[in-house]
Design a protein around this ligand. Structure first.
Ligand code: ADP
Ligand code: MG
Length: 254
C-alpha cells in the first residue's frame, strides 16, 4: 500500500508546491513508484510538471465520477505520474457542500490505485476549506513546509488544524515532518527560529533546510524539476538531501 503524504500549510507562498514537485521528482529518481496529486485549483504543480493539454482530464473529473485510471498521466519527469488540477476544480467545494461524508471523498477515490505506488504526494492550497481537508483525511501523514519568517505562527495554526482533523475525521494522521524553506543559515534570527522549532517539535523538524535559491524559482517556467533544470544548484542539493532524509524516516534506506 502506498504511503499517502499531504504537503500542507494554511499559509501561501511557503514552498508547498516547490516541495511537492521536487520531492516527488527526487523519490521517482530513486526508483520509487510515485503519484503526485495536484489538489490546488491554482494548478501550479500541474503547470510545473504536467505536459498535457488543458482539455485533458483533471482532478475535477475524478471528483465527478471519471475512473481514476483514466485521469492519471505521465509527468514531464521520468517515472513520476500526476493527477493534474485546473481552476474549475474550485467549484467542487460547492458540489461537496451537499454531500454526505464530504471530507473523505478523496480517500475513497484513491483506494483502487493505492497498491500501485510506493508514495502518493498531495499538493494543497493554502486554506482550511473542504478540498485541503480531503487531502488531510486521505493522508497517513502531513509534511509542513514553513517559511522561515512565519514559521512559529504557521506551526501553531497547523497544530490546531491537524488536531481537529485527527479528532473528527482521521485519528491516524501524524505530522511526518516540518521543513524550513527559504532558510538563510547565516542569520541569527534564522538560527533562533530553528532552535525554537526544535525545542517544541523535536525530531519531527527535518535536519535538511531549503535555502533561498533562484534556480528553484525558475524551474516552473522551464517545466522541469530542479534535478533536470539545475542539477548542480543549491536547490537541487537541498531537495536531494530532503529526499534521502525522508526515505530514511520511512525505512526505505538505512
Ligand atoms: P506555495 O505552494 O506554498 O504557495 P510555492 O512553492 O509556489 O509556494 O513557492 C512560492 C514562490 O516562491 C514561487 O514563486 C516559488 O518558485 C518560490 N520559491 C519556493 N521555494 C523557493 C526557494 N527555496 N528559493 C527561492 N524561491 C523559492
Ligand atoms: Mg502552491
Amino acid at each position: 500500500m502506498a504511503r499517502i503524504v499531504t504537503i500542507n500549510n494554511v499559509k501561501g507562498g511557503v514552498a508547498k508546491t516547490t516541495t511537492a514537485t521536487n520531492l516527488a521528482a527526487g523519490l521517482a529518481r530513486r526508483g520509487k513508484r510515485v503519484l503526485l496529486i495536484d489538489s490546488d485549483p491554482q494548478a501550479n504543480a500541474s503547470s510545473n510538471l504536467y505536459p498535457g493539454l488543458r482539455a485533458e482530464k483533471t482532478i475535477k473529473d475524478l471528483f465527478q465520477g471519471t475512473p481514476i485510471t483514466e485521469i492519471i498521466s505521465p509527468s514531464v519527469e521520468t517515472g513520476l505520474e500526476i493527477i493534474p488540477s485546473c481552476l474549475a476544480f474550485s467549484t467542487i467545494e460547492l458540489e461537496l457542500a451537499a454531500q454526505l461524508a464530504r471530507e473523505t471523498v478523496l480517500k475513497r477515490l484513491l483506494k483502487p490505485i493505492e497498491g500501485n505506488y510506493d508514495i502518493i504526494l498531495i499538493d494543497t492550497q493554502p486554506s482550511v476549506g473542504v478540498i485541503p481537508i480531503n487531502a488531510l483525511c486521505a493522508a497517513d501523514e502531513v509534511i509542513i513546509p514553513v517559511h522561515e519568517a512565519y514559521a512559529l505562527d504557521a506551526m501553531s495554526q497547523m497544530v490546531n488544524v491537524i488536531l481537529q482533523v485527527k479528532q473528527a475525521l482521521n485519528p491516524d494522521l501524524v505530522i511526518g515532518g516540518i521543513l524550513l524553506t527559504m532558510y538563510d543559515t547565516r542569520t541569527t534570527l534564522a538560527k533562533e527560529i530553528r532552535e525554537r522549532l526544535l525545542n517544541k517539535f523535536g525530531a519531527i523538524l527535518f535536519e535538511t533546510t531549503i535555502p533561498r535559491n533562484i534556480r528553484l524559482a525558475e524551474c516552473p517556467t522551464h517545466k522541469k524539476s530542479i534535478f533536470e533544470y539545475a542539477p548542480e544548484s543549491a536547490g537541487a542539493i537541498a531537495y536531494q538531501k530532503l529526499t534521502e532524509e525522508v526515505m530514511k524516516r520511512w525505512g526505505m534506506i538505512q
